[in-house]
Write a protein that binds this ligand. Sequence first.
Ligand SMILES: [Fe+2]
Ligand SMILES: [Fe+2]
Length: 275
Amino acid sequence: MRVAWLTDPHFNHARAAAWDAFIESLDGDMPEALLITGDISEGDDVVFQLSRLAGSFAGTIYFILGNHDFYQRSIATTRRQIVDACGSESRLIYLTNEFEIPLASDVGLVGDDGWGDAMVGDYENSPVRLADFQHIDDFRNAPPEGWKSQLQELGQQAADRLRPKLEQALERFATVVVATHVPPFREACWYEGHTTDDLWAPFFVCGRIGELLLETARQYPTRRLLVFCGHTHHGGTAALTDNLTVVTGGAEYGAPRLTGLLEIDDNTCRWSFAS
Ligand SMILES: [Fe+2]
Ligand SMILES: [Fe+2]
């Protein structure tokens, strides 16, 4: 089975020619499925873009959402709309809302949106404040003093959702592929070939998911965890332990293109970045 991986396409920034070029590029690799690790678009356009993809690509589309996908509404409203959209198109699979999915007899897939959860780095002294705070209702309608605890809560909720499905997948499969938007470790949070500093880390690392991944990787030493994420728009690979690798994909606004390819046989998943 071949799965085309795409992160941070931000389709709302892509002109028609860029969209067509992306769809054509899929034909070359002939993947059976697409895996999208968030920042598909923004607001209303997310559902439109997912439907458009489902209309242009014949395979299954596994995805999770990124912070931009929640713009112009609340997080809960967006998730509800996405679950509804998946209800009317069976090839759209929102992993945040699903249990583990077999890709082969011994390879499973799980996922969760994740969030930059202010658990790593120095939130208090950071001058960074993402546009998320202006564009997502949950933050826009809340006092800035409460933002840090909101981020922490979102990270905790993500880890709480992921834990049971990750544990179940590790019981069942030799290799577990994990899809999430925000890099779960500072070591996987790449920017121009370097990993993040204390000022950016609070918004670019999902610390709670990182803790969960490390804990479960140690608990299941004979299993292999392969994590795919995005959000930083800069690519890199980090081996956290012998059985836990995080692959972060790069991206460019206005030029959606394949991030990588996963080739899955009975019990392994080989992957490569797209050239
Ligand atoms: Fe992005
Ligand atoms: Fe993002």
